[in-house]
Design a protein around this ligand. Structure first.
Ligand code: PLP
Length: 401
């Protein structure tokens, strides 16, 4: 059969389902990027992105995937040989470390923290920075939501740890799979550079990267000596003041961004977006628990609201399970990455997503477990539906009182 009827459930943790409205916005004819109309579009989306990052500082929009935004954050703030403290807490953290090494930074990785089942430990950050009396460490790099493990690090607590150590290092945070799905507070948490991407909570296709920039990071960028040209913030910020870009921007993706910002900020509201993701994360974990399967994330305070990574029982291939689910139900799930390869599958529950889509997703997993012969208990879907229903009833009764 070359045709799969019905819609595909794309339940990888990004790229996420792009709403029809956003696709239609992207399909508009491309305009002159030097026209007044473009300047208005540029200013509007730059302002909107500040709200998403919860910052009154500067945001730049880069025509790249998240990896380009990683590189931009590092090259604009650091110089060759600078020391950066990073954490090997998952596949994306490990990849970001590799980028820093390739750029010629002196990367200090905490060797004790590498089971990929925990987030960055604020106490370790404090101890490392206290030990660094000469302030050799110029930056601390943290992945807010580790997409490979479904672990969300407590960035606010990391900032407090840095303050307790009275250390001047910059705080760089990857928000690629948390932005517009898990609460991220750039200004309140004293983040210096946040790194984002378009293809997850923002409900857009891949292709846009973001840096949110604090005043302190802006000052650092004036003396940062890592080579850069395309990524250089200075010409970008100068042109952005009037809504323009120093090179041809991704105009059609910016149309899409304007539409998704309208939906997230003006129609649903960011706090409601976060609450929706929290509910879906909780419902997914209840399903996994009822199936008797193990969550990768071990600390309940670090459970991710955007992705859940689940172990298959020892000796049972997670890749075979995903293959069965894809072939039978036309639903791609996230694979186990790095050391989780073939041991873990990931359910993405972020972006443009609702209760019935989650019910369909979990139903596909439960049927897949049965067909693939993975030992489990039945009742995961029922546990999730019970929670979704009860939480709606609770919300309705609270609204009445
Ligand atoms: N950081 C995180 C947390 C991610 O989830 C991803 C991709 O999924 C990346 C970085 C890399 O981004 P990209 O693949 O868009 O370059």
């Amino acid at each position: 059969m070359s045709y799969s009827s019905g819609r595909q459930f794309v339940q990888i943790p990004g790229p996420t389902n792009v709403p029809e409205r956003v696709l239609r916005a992207i399909a508009r004819p491309t305009i002159d990027h030097r026209s007044p109309e473009f300047g208005r579009l540029g200013l509007e989306v730059l302002e909107g992105m500040k709200e998403v990052f919860q910052t009154s500082g500067r945001v730049v929009i880069l025509p790249c995937s998240g990896s380009g935004a990683w590189e931009s954050a590092l090259t604009n703030t650091l110089s060759p040989g600078d020391k950066i403290l990073m954490f090997d807490i998952g596949q994306f953290s490990a990849l970001w470390i590799q980028v820093a090494v390739k750029l010629g930074l002196d990367v200090e990785v905490d060797a004790a923290q590498n089971d990929w089942r925990h987030g960055v430990d604020p106490q370790v950050v404090e101890a490392r920075l206290r030990d660094d009396r000469g302030h050799k460490i110029k930056a601390v790099g943290v992945v807010h939501n580790e997409t490979s493990s479904g672990v969300t690090s407590m960035v606010g607590a990391v900032r407090e740890a840095m303050d307790r150590a009275q250390h001047p290092a910059l705080l760089l945070v990857d928000t690629i799979s948390s932005l517009a799905s898990i609460d991220f507070r750039h200004d309140e948490w004293g983040v210096d550079v946040a790194i984002g991407g378009s293809q997850k909570g923002l409900m857009l296709p891949p292709g846009l990267g973001f840096n949110a920039i604090s005043d302190k990071a802006l000052v650092a960028s004036k003396s940062a000596r890592l080579p850069k040209s395309y990524w250089d913030w200075q010409p970008m910020l100068a042109q952005n003041a009037t809504g323009f870009f120093p090179y041809t921007p991704a105009t059609n993706l910016l149309y899409g961004l304007r539409e998704s910002l309208q939906m997230l900020l003006r129609e649903e509201g960011l706090q409601n977006v976060f609450a929706r993701h929290r509910r879906h994360g909780e419902a997914t974990r209840r399903a996994a628990r009822a199936w008797g399967l193990e969550n990768v994330a071990l600390n309940p305070k670090e459970y991710s609201s955007s992705v859940t990574a689940i172990y298959t029982p020892a000796g049972h291939s997670a890749d075979e399970l995903r293959k069965v689910i894809l072939e039978r139900f036309n639903m791609p799930l996230g694979s186990g990455l790095g050391k989780f390869q073939n041991k873990v599958f990931r359910v993405g529950h972020l972006g443009d997503f609702n209760d019935l889509m989650l019910a369909g997703t979990l139903s596909g997993v439960e049927m897949g477990l049965e067909i693939a012969g993975v030992p489990h208990r039945k009742g995961g879907v029922a546990a999730a539906l019970d929670y979704l229903t009860e939480s709606l009833k609770e919300a309705a009764s609270m609204a009445r009182t």
